[in-house]
Design a binder for this molecule. Structure first.
Ligand code: NAD
Length: 250
C-alpha cells in the first residue's frame, strides 16, 4: 500500500462499523490521519480518532468538525457514509419515518459537508465521497423510503460537484450493492433461517456473493485520491454488476 494520503486528514462518518470502518482502515493504511465520526464511535478502528456525532443534529456536526479541525489543523477528505436503512413500500412508513430517515441519510450529508467546506476550500487535495447505494437507481422492492434517500444523495452529489468545482472541491459517490456488514448481518439474523437467507441473498447477486466492505473502500480511496483528479459529479458502482439488468441472475 502506498502512502498516497500522507499528510492528509480524512473525516469518515459512520466510520465505526461496516463500510465506514473499512474506509477508515483503507485511508489509514495509505497514510491519512482519520477521524471516525459516529453515533457509537467506541468501535472505531485502531488508529482512527473516534469522534461522537449525530449527523441528524447540526450542533453536534459543527462541534465534531471543529474538534477534528482543532486537533489536526486541516480537513482534506470527507466521506459521508453514515446512513440507516428502512424497509417497506410507500404504504408502510409514516411521515415521521420518512422525515427521520431523510434527515440522517440526506440532510446528514449536507450538514457534514457544509461544516467541512471552509477547510476543504483551502486544501490542495479536497475530495468528498458519499456512500450512496444501488438503491438510488435499481428500483428495489420494499425499499421505497431508503431508495428515495439514496436517489437524493446521488442528485446531491452531482449538484455539490457543480457548485464547488471551481473551488477545487471534487464530489463523487460510490454505489455499493448488498455488502457484508453488521447491518446486513442484523437483517439476516432476524430471518427464521439465517443461513438459508444468506445463501438466497448470495444467489441473488450477479457474482454469487455479497460485496466486501474492503471493495467499497477501494473505490472510495480512488475517488479520494489525486488519481481521480479529473473526476467529479460521478458514481462508481461496487455491486457485482447488479446495476445492469443484463447482468442480474434470472
Ligand atoms: P452499519 O450499520 O454497519 O454502519 C453504519 C454506521 O453509521 C454505524 O456505525 C452507525 O452508528 C452510524 N450511524 C447511524 N446513524 C448515525 C447518525 N445519525 N450519526 C452518526 N452516525 C450514525 O452500516 P453499513 O452497512 O456499513 O452502511 C454504511 C453506509 O453504506 C450507509 O450509508 C448505507 O446506506 C450504505 N450502504 C450499505 C449497503 C449494505 O448492503 N450494507 C449497501 C449500499 C449502501
Amino acid at each position: 500500500m502506498t502512502a498516497e494520503f500522507e499528510g492528509l486528514v480524512a473525516v469518515v462518518t459512520g466510520g465505526a462499523s461496516g463500510i465506514g470502518a473499512a474506509i477508515a482502515r483503507r485511508l489509514l493504511a495509505s497514510g491519512a490521519q482519520v477521524a471516525a465520526l459516529d453515533l457509537h464511535p467506541e468501535t472505531a478502528p485502531d488508529g482512527a480518532v473516534p469522534v461522537m456525532v449525530d449527523v441528524a443534529d447540526d450542533v453536534s456536526v459543527r462541534a465534531a468538525i471543529a474538534q477534528v479541525a482543532t486537533r489536526f489543523g486541516r480537513i482534506d477528505i470527507v466521506v459521508n457514509n453514515a446512513g440507516i436503512g428502512a424497509q417497506g413500500s410507500v404504504e408502510d412508513n409514516s411521515d415521521e419515518e420518512w422525515h427521520g430517515v431523510y434527515d440522517i441519510n440526506v440532510v446528514g450529508v449536507v450538514r457534514v459537508t457544509r461544516a467541512a467546506l471552509p477547510y476543504l476550500r483551502v486544501s490542495p487535495a479536497a475530495s468528498v465521497v458519499n456512500t450512496c447505494s444501488i438503491a438510488a437507481t435499481a428500483g428495489l422492492p420494499q425499499r421505497a423510503l431508503y431508495s428515495a434517500t439514496k436517489g437524493a444523495v446521488l442528485a446531491l452529489t452531482r449538484a455539490m460537484a457543480a457548485d464547488h468545482l471551481r473551488e477545487g472541491v471534487r464530489v463523487n459517490c460510490v454505489n455499493p450493492g448488498t455488502a457484508d456488514t453488521p447491518w446486513v448481518a442484523r437483517l439476516l439474523d432476524s430471518a427464521p433461517d439465517p443461513e438459508a437467507e444468506r445463501a438466497a441473498l448470495n444467489a441473488r447477486q450477479p457474482h454469487g456473493r455479497l460485496v466486501s466492505p474492503d471493495e467499497v473502500a477501494g473505490a472510495v480511496a480512488y475517488l479520494a485520491s489525486p488519481l481521480s483528479g479529473s473526476t467529479t459529479g460521478t458514481s462508481i458502482a461496487v455491486d457485482g454488476g447488479m446495476h445492469d439488468l443484463r447482468l442480474r441472475p434470472v
